[in-house]
Ligand binder design. Structure first.
Ligand code: DP6
Length: 416
């Protein structure tokens, strides 16, 4: 093969996911094995996704990776574990059109180039590592003709980042913690696809934050070492909650879904507070959003919207249907209008048709929004406290994209 110059590529798109029953705490740091099951909703990849191209060529002298157009190191254990696990499952590959033949045994001698890109701002603190590792594993499995099913691939993605295993499926996904020491049964299972409950609308508030946040990895390590509440959560609370959440999803029971989602987010943040030293992920804006939703839900008698927060101040709001999502967006824009220099087009991203339904065509329409009826006390607006909103919905799992959408050049294998 030496001296040959061909490049063979595969490109994939993978969604992000938001946990409604949270993963927080590992029982094995190396293999990334959690202390409890978790459940997530996959977000529509047209609004939030990672695209990754992987390429192989006899001309490549080492493995290399670019993330959002910058070269990064692949030396970390998490990348190495994913690469090793996928390589060990590679099979014969033949591309008759290009006249390329790679035998199973050749894969360990060949190097790969990886180019990965998020279609959403990385600095926003949205779960980019979940989509990123899921996409890396899915694209490599495609290139190397790995025959494992999606669940087995999820157990490999898990070794890149725990939450990544849930991005191998669309819709509603459970990461089963497993019992085995080697982690072979700690993998994702699809509970229902994205069409099962397509009334749901998701609005993400990307909250402005000046604070440097504790990474999930170190945060959960400190929680495992110091929090007694985590032990109670993992042993007593989550097992029951996971069963109830599976039922709620199966029956499209929004009331239970919302109660469980909000309680679990709140308990996750309580566990962070129970850590020594305490970890604060939510800020005043996050708390204001919780209070807005709680007041509205209470005034309606039944929950209209569920909220959940990961390891940062951003709020993920799940509305029971489109009509509710329209009212939610009106409320959010009323309290959190954009800064004067921000235009509407860059303030509400994703599915902008919800804005039209809300009767908002320009920033001036935000100014004329009426105070929500459930608020009878003097109100305050918090201009600029939200950077922007993303309107989205539950979405599909990973897909393979044609070579025409590859991020790497088909001749050199370098970023385009
Ligand atoms: C709060 O998957 O980012 O988003 O496994 O160390 O890479 P590592 O952590 P990560 O943690 C995600 C934590 C969470 C909750 C969740 O997604 O379940």
């Amino acid at each position: 093969m030496a001296g040959e110059k061909w490049v063979l590529m595969a490109t994939a798109q993978t969604p992000t996911n938001i946990a409604v029953i949270k993963y927080w705490g590992k029982r094995d740091e190396e293999l990334i094995l959690p202390v409890n099951d978790s459940i997530s909703v996959t977000l529509d990849p047209s609004h939030l996704c990672t695209i990754t191209t992987v390429a192989v060529s006899p001309a490549f002298e080492q493995d290399r990776m670019w993330l959002n157009r910058k070269e990064i190191s692949l030396s970390g254990a998490r990348y190495q574990n994913c690469l090793r696990e996928i390589r060990s499952r590679a099979n014969d590959v033949e591309d008759k059109e290009k006249g390329i033949k790679i035998a199973k045994k050749d894969w360990e001698k060949l190097h790969v180039y990886i180019d990965s890109y998020n279609n959403f701002p990385t600095a926003a603190g949205l779960a980019s590592s979940a989509a990123g590792f899921a996409c890396l594993v899915f694209a490599l499995a495609n290139l190397m003709n790995v025959k494992e099913d999606q669940s087995k691939l999820s157990a490999i993605a898990r070794q890149g980042s725990g939450s990544a295993c849930r991005s191998l499926y669309g819709g509603f996904v459970k990461w089963s913690m497993g019992k085995e020491k080697d982690g072979s049964d700690s993998l994702a299972i699809q509970l229902a696809d994205e069409k099962h409950w397509d009334d749901l609308v998701i609005i993400i508030a990307v909250v402005s934050s000046r604070q440097k946040e504790t990474s999930s990895t170190s945060g959960m390590r400190e929680t495992v070492e110091t929090s007694l509440l985590l032990q109670h959560r993992a042993k007593e609370v989550v097992p029951k909650r996971v069963l109830a959440m599976e039922e709620a999803i199966k029956n499209r029971d929004f009331v239970s879904f919302a109660q469980l989602t909000c309680s679990d987010s709140n308990q996750f943040h309580a566990v962070c507070l129970d850590t020594s030293p305490p970890i604060f992920y939510m800020n005043d804006t996050s708390h204001r959003i919780i209070s807005l939703v709680e007041k509205w839900n209470r005034s309606e008698g039944v929950p209209q919207v569920a909220y959940t927060f990961d390891a940062g101040p951003n709020s993920v709001l799940i509305a029971r249907n489109r009509k509710t999502a329209v009212s939610l967006l009106q409320r959010l824009l009323f309290y959190f209008p954009p800064n004067p220099e921000t235009d509407l087009n860059s303030y509400v991203l994703g599915d902008k048709s919800i804005l039209q339904d809300a009767g908002i065509k320009g920033v001036e329409d935000i100014e004329s929004l009426l105070q929500p009826p459930e608020i009878n006390s003097p109100f305050q607006k918090f201009q600029g406290d939200v950077s922007y909103f993303i309107c989205t919905r539950p979405g599909k799992g990973p897909v393979v994209l044609p070579d025409s959408q590859a991020l790497l050049d088909p001749k050199t294998g370098l970023p385009k």
